[in-house]
Design a protein around this ligand. Structure first.
Ligand SMILES: [Zn+2]
Length: 453
């Protein structure tokens, strides 16, 4: 099958020659785990340890289809899913147990630990607080609980002598809150109450109100409690639930310096990504899988589909709007991508888009950041040099909670650490900087700039 890239000559003009990763340049999982990495797209409720889910379900009398990890892997958290609906089933169980401060704190703590254990140094944990708020659990306490868990794991990690003495960069994190494109009265107690209070409003008005309320809450809790809530996200079904219903929420987030990401182009065409950047002014895009695919356009008012995709891709590349790539998750939820080699990530790299590799859901997708990188090297020609660029992009395009100078110093430490690993492991340098790389101003100048820090 011809890739989307080959069918679009204009992208070839955007792209430089690419070093293809031969089997020999696939770095071992062990070494990938040593590299400092980010996860900028990971859902808390999709990443609960199964042992914890079972324990919490027993504690809170939540009915599970099995009370063993093997049983849950067979019935719910499977290696492959039949459909998106099948994929989403696991969230019903995890959300059902995440209804107390202790459960939220514990799962956040464990998520941070799981990341630390595979070398992730910076994580942005995301979740939809309105799925966890109820009569006995306030918005503030939901956010404070998740923060307590993350903060405890950070402190413990950073107390290690390797970090204190400066041999290794510290662990950092921030929180991204998710509004939902769609929910019903059954989705959570909070949403049920909203529908009751707005019984005479169309559903889309309720979606708008809920996301504006979330943006206001996130800003207020961030400012009053000093919690590092740095990003606002929009998740859920794209088709039929357009971004424009969330313009007010994103305008509010923008006005108060909250960074913005939007799930878009995951199961829907480039026009959803267009809406995310024009209506919601997204700084990053969650997935963006079908950005380069004119055949996914369904909007009949777009006549020149190739031209539309070209302009869109160029804008995103030029503005360095980073795509949060979740390979395994895409493979599991999209029948078109069952074969990972068909994933457009390769074309995105060729077009020099800014990408960062993420997990989406560690438990539901049964994966880790290191595993995702390993797969990208094995199946999608991600070579060591492109890997380094993508990893550094994760840190640079993060919604880092500190000031700009602090962020630069942190990224500088990460680059130094990465380069010390390169010196110890020459395989990380394979296919190193080529002529095309040094002419790639947007990436390269940026890196040089940071050398002075
Ligand atoms: Zn996601």
């Amino acid at each position: 099958m011809r890739s989307a890239f080959e069918s679009m000559p204009y992208l070839a003009q955007m792209a430089g020659p690419m070093t293809s990763a031969k089997e020999s340049s696939v770095i071992s999982k062990e070494l990938i785990e040593k590299l400092p990495k980010t996860d900028l797209h990971v859902h808390l409720d999709g990443s609960v340890r199964l042992s914890t889910l079972i324990e919490l379900a027993r504690e809170y009398n939540v009915k599970l289809p099995s009370y063993t990890e093997e049983g849950l892997k067979e019935l719910v958290f499977k290696p492959e899913y039949e459909s998106l609906v099948d994929y989403l089933k696991g969230f019903d169980y995890t959300c059902a147990v995440l209804q107390s401060e202790l459960a939220l704190e514990r799962t956040a703590y464990e998520l941070a630990q799981d990341n630390q254990q595979e070398g992730v140094r910076y994580v942005e944990v995301r979740f939809a607080p309105q799925l966890h708020v109820h009569a006995h659990l306030s918005m503030e306490n939901v956010l404070k609980s998740v923060n307590r868990g993350m903060e405890r794991a950070k402190k413990e990690f950073n107390q290690r002598s390797e970090v204190r003495e400066g041999q290794e960069p510290p662990f950092e994190y921030s929180i991204v809150v998710c509004a939902l494109r769609y929910f019903s009265g059954e989705t959570s107690e909070y949403y049920h109450t909203m529908f009751r209070a707005h019984a005479f409003s169309p559903s889309k008005t309720v979606f708008s109100l809920a996301s504006l309320e979330l943006a206001q809450a996130a800003v207020q809790v961030r400012d009053e409690h000093g919690i590092p809530i740095t990003g606002f996200d929009l998740a859920g079904a794209e088709a039929g639930y357009p971004a424009e219903e969330h313009i007010d929420a994103y305008a509010f987030a923008h006005k108060f310096f909250m960074m913005k990401t939007v799930h878009a182009g995951e199961a829907y065409g480039p026009e959803s990504i267009f809406q995310a950047i024009t209506d919601l002014h997204a700084d990053r895009i969650g997935h963006g899988t079908f950005l380069l695919d004119p055949t996914m356009i369904t909007d009949s008012s777009i006549n020149d589909r190739e031209g539309y995709v070209k302009e869109l891709a160029q804008y995103i590349a030029d503005r360095r709007i980073t795509l949060e790539i979740c390979l395994t998750s895409n493979m599991q939820t999209n029948p078109k991508l069952r074969n990972l080699s068909a994933h457009p990530f390769r074309d995105m790299m060729r077009a020099r888009l800014s990408t960062t590799i993420c997990t989406d859901n560690r438990t539901v997708s049964n994966t880790t950041v290191s595993e995702e990188i390993h797969r990208a090297m094995k199946y999608l020609d991600l070579g060591p040099h492109a890997l380094k660029r993508s990893v550094i992009y994760g840190f640079k395009r993060s919604f880092f909670p500190g000031g700009y100078l602090e962020k630069r110093r942190y990224v500088r430490r990460i680059i130094d650490y990465y380069e010390s690993l390169e010196r110890a492991h020459p395989e990380l340098m394979d296919g190193g900087a080529t002529a095309s790389d040094s002419s790639d101003l947007s990436d390269h100048d940026d890196l040089h700039d940071l050398r002075d820090e």
